[in-house]
Design a protein around this ligand. Structure first.
Ligand SMILES: [Zn+2]
Ligand SMILES: [Zn+2]
Length: 165
């Protein structure tokens, strides 16, 4: 979706709210394509005494795999961003990101996909205490012990004792 800044300025209003769904199923994130379902975007472009501010709220249903056991996981990821939009160089003395415009239109889709990617974690787990897979036989250890004997180096075993005290 594109927003025309001239249209906002010509309308005589100071705020232009919008919301739409964006298909990002091709977008890659950590060697995965986790956005199978449409991402919902809502936001406001506001003219604050000549300074344009773009606020975005992104709601993305995520489908990915647990980094330890490989189980498919689903959750709703939410992120918010606030950017200043400008067609000229501004001195950036605030924490806000500045989006420089090449025309009078803001390309929302690019801003949404890059904000979304920045807000994602590198890895996700099915649960904080996921036990993962056995390195010997590949069994899912969340379902119970697999029966493999884990030979622990006696020197490491001593260290383990120390750490557990
Ligand atoms: Zn897991
Ligand atoms: Zn095993």
């Amino acid at each position: 979706m594109k927003i025309s800044i001239n249209r906002l300025r010509d309308s005589g209003k100071t705020e232009f709210p919008f919301s739409y769904d964006l298909d990002l199923h091709d977008l890659e994130c950590s060697y995965d394509r986790p956005f199978r379902d449409p991402v919902h975007v809502s936001g406001v472009l506001a003219d604050r005494a000549g300074i344009l501010e773009l606020t975005l709220e992104i709601e993305a249903p995520v489908t990915t795999q647990c980094a330890r056991c490989g189980k498919e996981i689903h959750f709703m990821h939410r992120t918010e961003t606030k950017n200043v939009v400008s067609d000229q160089e501004l001195s950036n003395d605030s924490d806000e990101e500045i989006i420089y415009l090449k025309s009078d239109e803001i390309e929302l889709d690019e801003i949404v996909s890059s904000s979304l990617l920045l807000s994602m974690d590198m890895v996700y787990l099915c649960s904080e205490d996921c036990k993962g897979l056995c390195s010997e036989c590949g069994a899912d250890l969340n379902l119970g012990p697999c029966g493999c004997k884990k030979e622990i180096d006696p020197r490491l075993a001593k260290l383990k004792d120390l750490l557990e005290k």
